[in-house]
Structures are given as C-alpha cells and as structure tokens.
Design a protein around this ligand. Structure first.
Ligand SMILES: [Zn+2]
Length: 226
C-alpha cells in the first residue's frame, strides 16, 4: 500500500453539495438522524485494521456459486434449503453459512486458516499451496472421530457421494463480497460524505484499492455458478 495521495477532490459529490449536506446535519434534526444512522452502519468496519480490510478482498481462484445446492437440504437436520435460503452474517460469523432451520453452521473446518495457508506472494489464494492438514471438522478434531471430515469444504464444496454443498462458494458472494466488501465500501463512504471524518474515507479507500488490484482477474463465466 502506498501512502501517496493523488486524488484531491470528490468525483461524485461536488464540494458545494458536501458543504450543504454537512451544514444541514448541524441544524436539522432529521439530517442528524441520517448522519447518525450512517455512522452507526459504518462502525463495524472501523474496528478492522487497514491490513484486515485489505485482506478481505479474495482472489478469483475459488469457484463462486449463487447457491449452496440448488435443490438441497441441510446435512444435519435434512430440512429443505433450496436456492437462496442459507443464512449469512459475515460480520458475526465470518466464513460460515447457517441452516435456516436448525441454525447449524457450515463449513465445519476453519476456512480462514486454510485460506491464509494458501495465499501466494500477491495475497491470492492458491489451492496448491494451501495446507490440506487444516481440512478437518473443528468440532471433531480427533482423526478417529467419525465426524472428523463431516461438513469440510476446501473452497470447492463439501462432498457426500455425488452431492456437493458449496458453502464457501456461496459465502464468497453473499458474505465476503456483498456484506463485508461492498457493504464496507458503501457504509464507510456514506459516513464520510455525511461527517467529513477522514478515517471513513481512508478505510473505504483501502477496500477500493484492493478490489481494484484484483477485479480484472475475475471471470464469472468461467469461474462462477449461477
Ligand atoms: Zn439444518
């Protein structure tokens, strides 16, 4: 990351408009509630270090999938989980999806640790580098435990016979991308426009900078499942 700042003015919000917005928040109760809501929405991202925000952006090397399993069920409770029904709350439960019926979380392995073990010198996950010894059910660490491999996803899904649950593939879209990265950029930038506090702009900039690094490497047609 470079500390050089070339950009001096806003591309989207002219100075005059920003001044009027901020003046309104000083004298107008309704505008203050809008500002306070934006500040509250951005709060979770202030807790992340710049490094942690930079690391949020993932590479194109794991298949993204809009569905865990299009016509599937939960491997624990067998409840039907078709299409877009799995629950994702990436701030509270990073790298996990939850069953809408029994609330069981998947994958069962520590995917963050596995992902970290596979990062190359550019910070992009390389499956060939990743430490597959980390692929076990963290709730059943004993290798002799019959559930040792249950619910484990290496990024390309958890397999039972012919069945594949793409927990991580779906999490990348709904959790990591939409909630953490896009959500962070949107909430931080809104808080910056409304408050003028540089910390929001800086953190939004870290996310945008890292998205810009990797965005052109993505090709959903080849790497994604709709
Ligand atoms: Zn369930």
């Amino acid at each position: 990351m470079s500390d050089a700042v070339d950009k001096q003015t806003s591309a989207f919000y002219p100075e005059e408009l920003v001044s009027r917005i901020r003046a309104n928040t000083e004298r107008d109760a309704w505008a203050r509630t809008v500002r306070d809501a934006a500040v509250e929405a951005a709060e979770p991202w202030l807790a992340f270090s710049d490094e942690a925000l930079w690391e949020m952006m993932f590479g194109h090397t794991i298949t993204r999938s809009w569905m865990v399993w299009s016509n599937g069920h939960c491997p624990v409770c067998n409840g039907q989980t078709p299409m877009y029904t799995w629950k994702v709350d990436a701030l509270a439960h990073p790298w996990k999806v939850h069953c809408p019926h029994c609330d069981e979380s998947f994958p069962k392995n520590d995917f963050a640790a596995f992902h970290r073990s596979g990062l190359d010198e550019k910070g992009v996950f390389d499956p060939a580098r990743a430490d597959r010894a980390l692929l076990f059910n963290a709730e059943h660490p004993d290798p002799d435990d019959p559930l040792h491999a249950f619910g484990v996803d290496d990024g390309e899904g958890y397999l039972e016979g012919e069945t594949r649950w793409r927990f991580i593939g779906a999490y990348l879209i709904y959790g990591q991308w939409k909630q953490l990265i896009l959500g962070g950029i949107e909430n931080l930038s809104a808080a910056y426009v409304l408050t003028g506090e540089p910390v929001y702009a800086r953190k939004a900039g870290v996310l945008l900078d890292r998205v810009a690094d990797l965005y052109s490497t993505f090709d959903f047609e080849k790497e994604g499942l709709a």
